[in-house]
Design a protein around this ligand. Structure first.
Ligand code: CMX
Length: 133
């Protein structure tokens, strides 16, 4: 299962409202959605750049994945998300090739997408997400 494009780049931030000001005020992008994903313990904000999105991630819980990431590494690029037709097949193909999965099966993420993560220890340090509509 081959990715069709980069669906989004996830960026961990401490304060989403302050970060939105930079993306809007300096880069001239428009924040078109702010959404809390309780399951992931994050608040998200989205900007469109061509066919790729920037997803800002503010943690709602210090023990959540983004809270722990910021504590350890500080703000910055958190994950890379590839769009593909079938996430379930993508996860299966990656597992068959020896990649360690975080999600064995797709689950629902922000914007109602089907998502699944590969472990950064298996992907050369880049937390990798597969997603599809
Ligand atoms: N990118 C690269 N490496 C990462 C990472 C990231 N985003 N997050 C954690 N790591 C590394 C840590 O640095 C650590 O490495 P060392 O052992 O060398 O220090 C290792 O992974 C383990 O990290 P940890 O802090 O102990 O955290 P956990 O093992 O508890 O969790 C992970 C790590 C990746 C399994 C977890 O963050 C996860 O399940 N992520 C997927 C879900 C997610 O990130 N959701 C937020 C976004 C949701 C959305 O887009 O809607």
């Amino acid at each position: 299962m081959k990715p069709t494009h980069i669906e989004h780049i996830g960026i961990a931030v401490k304060n989403i409202e302050e970060s939105i000001k930079y993306y809007e005020g300096v880069l001239g992008l428009e924040c078109y959605a702010v959404e809390e994903v309780a399951d992931q313990k994050v608040k998200t904000a989205f900007f469109m750049v061509g066919q790729t999105k920037i997803e800002l991630l503010e943690s709602t819980d210090p023990e959540g994945p983004v809270g722990k990431f910021i504590e350890k590494k500080g703000e910055g690029i958190h994950h890379l998300a590839f769009a593909m037709e079938d996430v379930e097949q993508g996860l299966k193909d990656a597992a068959d090739k020896g990649v360690r999965l975080i999600d064995q099966k797709p689950r629902k993420g922000a914007e109602g997408l089907n998502i699944g993560f590969l472990h950064p220890k298996s992907t050369f340090g880049v937390l990798t997400e597969f997603c599809s509509k």
